[in-house]
Design a protein around this ligand. Structure first.
Ligand SMILES: [Zn+2]
Length: 240
């Protein structure tokens, strides 16, 4: 067995709508930064970019641009049910990533839902990330921000006098106790601050290093704390 199989791994399924702007190696950037920020967690994407596009094309069923981050429950379910025939529909082991298009102001968002009851088992949560056409150097940490929200999601089964109430908790472990927003960091330099830190200093330094043939810069380690890394590592979506 190869040693690589022993490393912690996240599996993503990538979908792209006909309106989405994925120019300038956007998906490559998103995955590269997620790998660097979450290292040593490995990221594997489906479909395999070595055999074709490296993403599934969504059908032109919607004006995707108008639904980004204002998705109704129905649209999320319909997107989740879109089946490219890879055998992973409704599978809580993978995280679905949708490049939908739409205005840059909408940025990105994430959603979680419970798996169908019969198949809740070890992977009770379905995780999805929706990306707008915010495709510039400032917002390249957005994808990983949404990914970490999904990795913080925990299934909660509350026994309320014999009635089980099943919900999902998405708390950030660094949120101050009693803070209104338990899902985000209060540190502006942290990846999980509600407005993600500006990625352009890193991206520009990276491009310059490539041009000059010098070593590429390190992604700031301050983007996540050790408690955030620990919680992310213990997600149902991370395989060890
Ligand atoms: Zn957020």
């Amino acid at each position: 067995m190869e040693e690589v199989l022993l490393l912690s791994t996240i599996y993503l399924r990538i979908f792209v709508s006909p309106n989405a702007n994925i120019s300038n190696e956007r998906i490559v950037w998103d995955i590269y930064l997620a790998r660097k920020i979450l290292a040593p967690i490995q990221i594997v994407r489906f479909p395999n970019p070595m055999n074709g596009l490296g993403y599934y094309e969504l059908p032109q069923n919607y004006n995707y641009s108008s639904i980004i981050c204002s998705l109704s429950g129905d649209t999320e379910i319909e997107l989740a049910n879109f089946d490219p025939g890879d055998g992973f529909r409704g599978d809580g082991r993978l995280i679905n990533v949708y490049y939908l298009g739409g205005g840059a102001d909408d940025g990105a968002c994430d959603a979680v839902a419970l798996s169908e009851k019969g198949n809740r088992g070890k992977f009770p949560i379905l995780g999805s990330i929706y990306m707008s056409n915010f495709n510039d150097d400032f917002g390249k940490y957005l994808f990983t921000h949404e990914l970490v929200h999904i990795l913080f999601a925990r299934f909660v089964n509350n026994n309320n006098g014999g009635n089980f109430i099943q919900t999902i908790n998405m708390d950030d472990p660094t949120a101050p106790p009693g803070a209104e927003d338990q899902g985000h960091s209060t540190n502006e330099q942290n990846l999980m601050f509600p407005i993600v830190p500006d990625s352009s200093p890193f991206v520009q330094a990276y491009r310059q290093a490539i041009q000059q043939g010098t070593p590429v810069p390190q992604v700031p380690r301050t983007l996540l704390t050790s408690s955030q890394r620990e919680k992310a590592l213990n997600s149902q979506f991370v395989f060890k």
